[in-house]
Design a protein around this ligand. Structure first.
Ligand SMILES: [Zn+2]
Length: 167
């Protein structure tokens, strides 16, 4: 997925570009490619990005540290404010009856929207905070017992023999 040039979205039918997703994301370890679709709509002062996607993520259990698979599905819409400056235009927000809190991100209006990075972020947010493998023998790994005292390091064998001779 290539980054989308934001102003070009205005030339698309209904100012919306739809992308089919069927690929692996380099930063997310998954058993199957991420499948689904993303729609990016240019609403003049903000982008409306919605996605339905699913994949099977390969996670590491926080308790037993084994890898396990978990189905991840995403069905989300995010509004991205288009603004050069960090300031929000209160009048525009009022006009559109939108709250500042509705926008979690901001992009320059003449810049690019990167659907791949966005998708990665959304899927990362969808990951469970507590990753547990749910297997029956999942338990906390305890440090291995120290090797038995009877196993003598070969470097000490000579010393042991000398000790025996002296006693
Ligand atoms: Zn586990």
């Amino acid at each position: 997925m290539k980054p989308l040039h934001i102003p070009s979205l205005l030339n698309a039918p209904a100012q919306t570009v739809e992308l089919e997703i069927h690929q692996n994301l380099p930063e997310l370890e998954t058993l199957t490619p991420v499948r689904g679709r993303i729609a990016v709509k240019h609403c003049r002062t903000y982008l409306e990005v919605s996605a339905q996607a699913e994949t099977i993520a390969t996670l590491t259990c926080h308790r037993c540290l084994r890898h396990y698979n978990q189905r991840l599905s995403l069905d989300t819409t995010e509004l991205i404010w288009l603004e050069e400056e960090a300031e929000f235009d209160d009048d525009l927000l009022l006009e559109r009856e939108l709250q500042l809190e509705d926008f979690s991100e901001k992009l320059p209006p003449r810049g690019y929207f990167d659907p791949e990075t966005w998708l990665y972020e959304q899927l990362s947010l969808a990951l469970p905070l507590q990753q547990m493998c749910q297997s029956e023998d999942c338990e906390t790994i305890t440090p291995q017992d120290t090797p038995s005292q009877t196993v003598v390091d070969r470097r000490w064998a000579g010393l042991e023999a000398l000790k025996r001779q002296l006693s």
